[in-house]
Every structure is written in structure tokens, then in C-alpha cells.
Design a protein around this ligand. Structure first.
Ligand SMILES: Nc1ncnc2c1ncn2[C@@H]1O[C@H](COP(=O)(O)OP(=O)(O)OP(=O)(O)O)[C@@H](O)[C@H]1O
Length: 299
């Protein structure tokens, strides 16, 4: 436990899915119980973060869903003067799960009595469109296509999400792309899914790479061979159960630098979407080991 009353900053997204489970006074008290006296910033949106974080050092708790955590984390890359403390207040909470924090926001705040700063890897994607970073995952194939059809920055809608899934399952073409892992080509049969995972799960809680560890300096490349449509439901169930990586036709490779041929396919970089205007080159994905300092419980 840090010495009682250690100064910290608390960024709070009142719009995050489960903010009702952690009203500000309760969260403040839970952090006090963990040994932190946090200066509160209820942010109206991600645009408030660059200026706020530029002027902040020390421990920064971020209470929000994965989108809020990501938008803060992207301003804290290679900032050894800042340690990020995650307080999960979203729906999927992929980052908190990866860190093995409790998923209840108040319990997570109290658990920070026993967390320590640890290096957390970040992904760098270089494509014809430029450079981007990711915290959870990037990839192409089914999920990127579904996200593209759904429109990740429109208001959430389960009905639209279902429509996008059906639409993409119906028209999906397998991806025949050349792939390398740390400079070596890997067999590349036509693929339905290609994901480079930093965290074990991504998106709406899809457990694609349960053994992935964002503190190990490596990513997991998950490839799922193109299939007939019938077994897709079995694969979807396996994603929710955390057994996707053991299904037939699913391959996992570990490495630090990945290249994938650019045929003009849509990519997701966490929830951002990218597509090359001039296909023909490669997209490179590289680990930036320990680019973030993040509080996590002892292993
Ligand atoms: N620092 C911030 N302050 C306020 N709003 C933010 C901040 N960062 C992101 N947002 C916005 O808040 C909304 C909800 O964000 P977030 O993804 O964190 O929560 P969620 O949707 O409940 O989580 P999940 O993705 O797990 O369902 C999004 O519209 C996002 O753009």
C-alpha cells in the first residue's frame, strides 16, 4: 500500500457504461482507502485529455470503459513520469481483465492498495495511411469488416450490431494475404480473421488469445482459416467461452514484428478504422515493449 494520502489524479468519464456503480464520492473514498488522495477531473470528452495530461505527473487513475482508458493511454506513451491506474467502468473492460484487476470499479479502486507500476506493451501500426498505436489489438477480416459496417463512432445499437454481423457473414470474402512473424513467412491459407493481440480479449469481450500478456514484450497473432458459414456460431461461442484459440483452423504465433500484405482490406486499430488508398505494400505491426507504465496486482 502506498503511504497514506499519496497525491494522484483521477480522470472520470461520467458517460461510461457502468459509472452508476461508482459515483464520484464513493470512488474518491475507495481510492483514499487504497492510500491515494486524488484530484478529480470529470472530463466532458477525450478532447480534454491532451492539455490535462501534458501538465500531469505521478499516478493518474482513469475511470471509464476501454475507450476512455485508450484515449488517455495514447497521451501517456513513453512518459516514465506517469503511472496509469485503471478503474474499469465500461462494459467489456478488456484492459482491466488483462491486468487481472477486479471488474467492479470500487473493488478495483480498493485493489490499488496492492498494485505496483509495471511496463505495459503498446502496438505501433505502420500502413500506407501513416502510423497508429493500439492498446488491445489490431487486425483485418471479419471483426474489422463488422466494425466498419457498424460504424464504431455512431451511437451504440445492438440491432445495428446484429445487422452488421449478418451482412458481413453473408458477403465475406476470405483474405489471401502473405504474413510474416519476426521476418519469417508463416503458412497463409485464406483467412477469415487475422488479429494481432496485446490483451487476451478485445472489442465486446471477445477472448481471442487467452494466454496473451501485455507485459511480456510480445504479441499473439491469431489467424482463423476461412470456413463454411455453418460452424461460425461454434467459433462465436468459443470466443465468449475463452476457447477460441483451441478450435480447429485457429493458429496462434508469438512475436514482436508482423507484416501483412495490404490488399486494400479494412483494418481496425482498437476501435479506429483504417484502409489504404493505394494497396500493394505491407502493413507492419510492431511491439513497443513497456511504452506505458501501468499499475497492476503482483503476478
Ligand atoms: N476522458 C473522457 N471523458 C469523457 N468521455 C470520454 C472520455 N474518453 C472517451 N469518452 C467517450 O465516452 C464514451 C464511452 O466511452 P467508453 O468506451 O470508455 O465506455 P463504454 O462505452 O461504457 O465502454 P465499453 O467500450 O467497454 O462498452 C465514448 O463516447 C467516448 O468517446
Amino acid at each position: 500500500m502506498p503511504p497514506s494520502g499519496q497525491p494522484a489524479t483521477l480522470i472520470y468519464n461520467a458517460r461510461a457504461g457502468s459509472s452508476a456503480r461508482a459515483p464520484v464520492p464513493d470512488l474518491h473514498r475507495a481510492l483514499e482507502d487504497a492510500g491515494y488522495h486524488a484530484a478529480l477531473h470529470v472530463t466532458p470528452g477525450p478532447e480534454a485529455l491532451p492539455e490535462l495530461l501534458r501538465a500531469t505527473t505521478g499516478t493518474v487513475f482513469v475511470a471509464g470503459g476501454d475507450g476512455t482508458i485508450r484515449s488517455a493511454a495514447l497521451h501517456l506513451l513513453n512518459r516514465p513520469d506517469v503511472t496509469l491506474g485503471v478503474i474499469p467502468m465500461g462494459t467489456a473492460n478488456n484492459v482491466a481483465r488483462a491486468l487481472r484487476l477486479p471488474l467492479d470499479p470500487l473493488a478495483a479502486a480498493r485493489a490499488h492498495a496492492r498494485t505496483r507500476p509495471r511496463p505495459f506493451d503498446v502496438g505501433l501500426v505502420r500502413g500506407p495511411w501513416g502510423e497508429d498505436h493500439f492498446i488491445e489489438a489490431c487486425g483485418c477480416g471479419l471483426f474489422a469488416d463488422i466494425l466498419d459496417d457498424y460504424g464504431p463512432h455512431l451511437a451504440k445499437s445492438p440491432v445495428r450490431a446484429l445487422g452488421s454481423m449478418l451482412e458481413v457473414f453473408t458477403r465475406q470474402q476470405p483474405l489471401g494475404v502473405r504474413v510474416t512473424v519476426d521476418g519469417q513467412g508463416v503458412p497463409s491459407p485464406p483467412l477469415a480473421v487475422l488479429e494481432v493481440m496485446n490483451t487476451p480479449s478485445t472489442g465486446t469481450g471477445l477472448h481471442l488469445a487467452p494466454p496473451a500478456d501485455p507485459t511480456d514484450g510480445q504479441f499473439t497473432l491469431v489467424r482463423m482459416q476461412a470456413l463454411n458459414r455453418e460452424p461460425l456460431l461454434e467459433y462465436a461461442a468459443a470466443m465468449l467461452r475463452g476457447t477460441f484459440h483451441t478450435q480447429p483452423g485457429v493458429h496462434a504465433d508469438h512475436g514482436q514484428v508482423f507484416t501483412v500484405a495490404d490488399l486494400g482490406q479494412v483494418w481496425h486499430v482498437d476501435t479506429d478504422l483504417r484502409r489504404s488508398a493505394a494497396p500493394g505494400g505491407v502493413v507492419e505491426i510492431r511491439v513497443q515493449p513497456g511504452a506505458l507504465r501501468v499499475l497492476s496486482p503482483a503476478p
